[in-house]
Design a protein around this ligand. Sequence first.
Ligand SMILES: C[S@@+](CC[C@H](N)C(=O)[O-])C[C@H]1O[C@@H](n2cnc3c(N)ncnc32)[C@H](O)[C@@H]1O
Length: 235
Amino acid sequence: MANIGSVRRPFHRNSGQAFEPQVYWEGRHRTHHGSLRAVGHRQLSDEANAEQYRIKESRIIGMIRRHVPEPYGKALLDAGCGVGVLIPAYVELGFSVVGVDFSDTAIAQAQAADVSAQFVVSSLARLELGRRFDVITAIDVLLHIVADGEWADTLSSLSCHLKPGGVLIILDRFADHAEGWSSHCKPRPKDRYAATFADLGLQIVEHEQFSLEHEDALKDLFAVRHVTSEEPEGT
Ligand SMILES: C[S@@+](CC[C@H](N)C(=O)[O-])C[C@H]1O[C@@H](n2cnc3c(N)ncnc32)[C@H](O)[C@@H]1O
């Protein structure tokens, strides 16, 4: 397994306490080990979380299929994979999958599931896999990167791991319609994503919204492509 890089420390909103993302997530994965509360909604039952995952999976797989009609043998990086709930669906499509998360506990659980994928422990901002992917998924991850510098470094790092012509699939919540979030979340406006992507040579090419039962705020699912003059690799 790769080593985890150090993570910068934003302040815990409302409390004045330093919020330590890696400590928060490691603790959450240990506390809710074996439960979907570790990666899903903390206040929902496993059944309700499983229902939310079914809806999310169907939307995500639909968007991947639209952008990668022939996935067999292509490489997919699941960035912030948690315990790997969505990885079997990617493997089923024919992708060769690598999952990355900065929680040792989450990655150990993902590996124990015996799914055909490789796993790496690393912070996303300091990820250095030395290879590029046809697809990168970041599902319910980026809004949890509360420090702006860490968030920008993460987008840059993901961009460096994307093949020319590759697609980044992101499930998040835009700040345009999200309010009152807790300290481990920081939704950002769609314009902010678009501007940061533009600096990286990336462009949002599809955006859809959907709702989940038991939650008021809409989810934002979007596909982002390299807009580059380089030829796509291996196509
Ligand atoms: C809400 S969970 C979602 C997990 C998974 N994507 C899913 O949909 O089941 C967020 C995950 O992102 C991981 N994470 C958060 N910030 C991260 C960072 N900076 N680098 C790597 N992993 C991170 C957490 O450990 C956690 O497993």
